[in-house]
Design a binder for this molecule. Structure first.
Ligand code: F6R
Length: 642
């Protein structure tokens, strides 16, 4: 049976959810539906000779909606001549031609590709004088009203619960106005501006009141980073501290979200609280782990009463007694633990996560950026090398965008000093150094580096990665720098992956013919690079999967630098001793350009080694709490069938 592409709440689930939510398998499917609803509204208005008034959003959420609208225009003749649009917001101050402006965003994703009339496009102007802002906002509001209000408003949601830039504290009847951005919103925007310090402090935004007058509202949210705020907005109390909760009182709002964003809704997180469940092995494991952590009791000490008092009476009734359920889940967890991540030679492997044979395996560890390998699975790589496997590391991208200009200056200076010290011919390098210095001194934040500077930045990351590899025991000939072309835009926004990227990954896989592939299954990195890199691996593996050697190849996903698998998802947990953890930390230190303060820290401002250690220790502590052995730290993996 194929899985339905969407899930609607049952009547019981609606007890918890105060806004209609449709959950889709994929953001793309949801985006297509929204685009088609917009297209229908446009055509409907056309047939009546009326204008269609759209409220538009920017950010990562609506990109696929715009792409589909552009396709409908180009391939199916959908005309936008009768569309009048009002964008939600714009940074202030902001020049319309700046790369970060919402004017630029809208042109790039929609307006440059459809037949909208210029005079029908409205985006708050971030370049007006401060004293004109208030009158300007009033006019913006009046223009919407004069057209009879917004027919459809599309929205994303910020982690603060903002809609538009209506941050916590905004009132339900607020109008278009100037606002100050929340610090979390500035953090989220930091990578677009190459540093939080360059993000404007203010913005002009439509008010919640303006949005609430829209006749129909679609709110979109994709990815696990949105899961907590979606839960608060949909199930929490209406509150000015989460402005999106105001939508609970809008008569025609629907949330279109993907499964990752839905993960913290009660119907997904603890479905047994909502009603009867289909008790699969996975769900039983999830429920028991949840119960054990909630009651703070090891799995083997859980009693019938614990189950009954925590909405799990049905489970006991169908699969009990508690003793049997406990033993089964305990054993499942026990069997995830292995100190032999490449398989234990000459051992019975029927209850182990990895095969015993062949004893020495060919392994490729794919690392999207040049440091994800050590950050996410450094301890496991150390073990794989120590246990004699043939381990290859493949850096998928150059990572050049994440190097500070100061580091380039230091290295260029080193080259000059080197030539000087050894009385070598130095004219060329000195000239280059001076050129680079002038370029970097006059560079505005976010401006694209010259190809030479990008090359130097890439080289810096290569040198660091090789040093880390050497430290953990990888031979030079097993280090592969793939420099996938999709990444090389010099901008945060990358090109989509193409056949060339997939071909490069495929070639390496064909050359090595691995028994094991490790890849980053981290779906929440701030720029989507991990997602794209994983996609390239999936596609390459699919292309080779008919070969005999590929049939024996297992794919394990580590989670990446930002998140860890849930305990119930882990299928292989590799314990690390205090010594191994220290060695892993030192390997991460080799990535000097990312230390102290990485250029793109994401939403967590700690250093990468701190995050990695905290995460690995936390996993070990959780295993301990479930009543399993107590380790210093653990790295976790999930197997993926391709
Ligand atoms: C953008 C806007 C914001 C975003 C929100 C989510 O015009 O008003 O409210 O919708 O910050 O941003 P993304 O979609 O990038 O996660």
């Amino acid at each position: 049976m194929t899985k339905p592409n969407r899930s609607l709440p049952s009547t019981e689930q609606l007890r918890f959810e105060k806004i209609p939510v449709v959950v889709f398998n994929e953001a793309l499917e949801a985006s297509l539906e929204i685009a088609h609803a917009i297209a229908t509204a446009i055509k409907d208005k056309q047939s009546k000779n009326e204008q269609c008034v759209l409220g538009l959003a920017t950010g990562s959420s609506p990109i696929k909606v715009y792409a589909e609208l552009v396709r409908l225009h180009q391939e199916e003749g959908l005309s936008f001549k009768n569309v009048v649009s009002f964008n939600l917001d714009e940074y202030f101050p902001m020049h319309p031609e700046a790369l970060q402006s919402y004017v630029f965003f809208m042109q790039q994703h929609l307006f440059d590709h459809v037949d909208m009339q210029k005079e029908n496009i409205h985006i708050p102007d971030g370049s007006i004088d401060l004293e004109d802002v208030s009158a300007y906002c009033k006019r913006y509001e009046q223009q919407i009203e004069q057209l009879g209000g917004l027919d459809i408003q599309i929205l994303g949601i910020g982690r603060t619960g903002h809609i538009g830039f209506n941050e916590p504290g905004s009132g339900i009847d607020g109008k278009t106005r100037m606002v100050t951005l929340d610090h979390l919103t500035k953090k989220d925007a930091a990578s677009d501006f190459f540093g939080e310090e360059h993000v404007p402090r203010k913005a002009i935004t439509m008010g919640v009141g303006t949005i609430m007058k829209a006749k129909k509202i679609f709110l979109m949210a994709w990815g696990e980073s949105k899961a907590p705020i979606i839960n608060k907005t949909v199930e929490g109390a209406l509150s000015d501290q989460v402005p999106a909760t105001y939508l609970q009182s809008h008569p025609n709002t629907v949330f279109y979200i993907d499964e990752a964003a839905a993960a913290k809704l009660t119907r997904y997180e603890t479905p047994w609280v909502v009603g009867d469940c289909e008790w699969t092995r996975e769900l039983i494991k999830k429920a028991v782990i949840h119960l054990s952590l909630k009651t703070e009791k090891p799995i083997l000490k859980l009693t019938e009463n614990d189950y009954i008092e925590h909405s799990l009476a049905e489970l006991i009734h169908l699969k009990g007694p508690a003793y049997n359920i406990n033993i089964d889940v305990f054993n499942q967890m026990q069997h995830t633990i292995t100190g032999w991540p490449g398989g234990k030679p000459n051992a019975d492997d029927s209850k182990r996560p990895e095969r015993a044979n062949p004893a020495k395996k060919r392994i490729i560890v794919f690392s999207p950026h040049p440091d994800d390998d050590v950050i996410s699975m450094g301890g496991t790589v150390i073990r794989l090398c120590d246990q004699g496997h043939d381990v290859h590391i493949a850096y998928q991208t150059s990572g050049n965008i994440a190097v500070f200009d100061e580091d380039v200056i230091d290295y260029a200076e080193f080259v000059c000093a080197y030539h000087d010290a050894f009385s070598m011919e130095q004219n060329k390098s000195e000239m280059m150094f001076n050129q680079i210095l002038t370029q970097l001194k006059s560079k505005a934040p976010g401006q694209i580096d010259s190809p030479e500077v990008r090359q130097i930045k890439g080289m810096i990351r290569r040198v660091e990665a090789r040093s880390a590899c050497r430290y953990i025991g990888i031979q030079d000939s097993n280090i592969h720098h793939l420099d996938l072309p999709f990444y090389e835009t010099g901008l945060i926004k990358k090109k989509p992956i193409g056949p060339e990227d997939i071909g490069i990954v495929r070639k390496l896989i064909e050359d090595v013919k691995p028994h094991i592939v490790y890849a980053a299954g981290d779906l929440s990195d701030p720029h989507g690079t991990h997602r794209v890199c994983l996609d390239a691996i999936f596609k390459a593996l699919k292309e080779v999967k008919e070969h005999d050697w590929a049939k024996d190849c297992w794919l394990w996903l580590y989670r990446g630098a930002w998140q860890e698998w849930g305990l119930d998802e882990i299928e292989k947990a590799v314990p690390l001793s205090p010594g191994e953890l220290l060695k892993k930390r030192r390997a991460i230190f080799k990535h000097q350009s990312q230390k102290d303060r990485p250029l793109f820290p994401g939403i967590d401002s700690r250093e990468f080694w701190q995050r990695a250690e905290q995460r690995n220790k936390f996993t070990a502590q959780q295993y301990d709490k479930l009543g399993l052995a107590e380790y210093e730290a653990m790295e976790a993996f999930k197997r993926f069938e391709f």
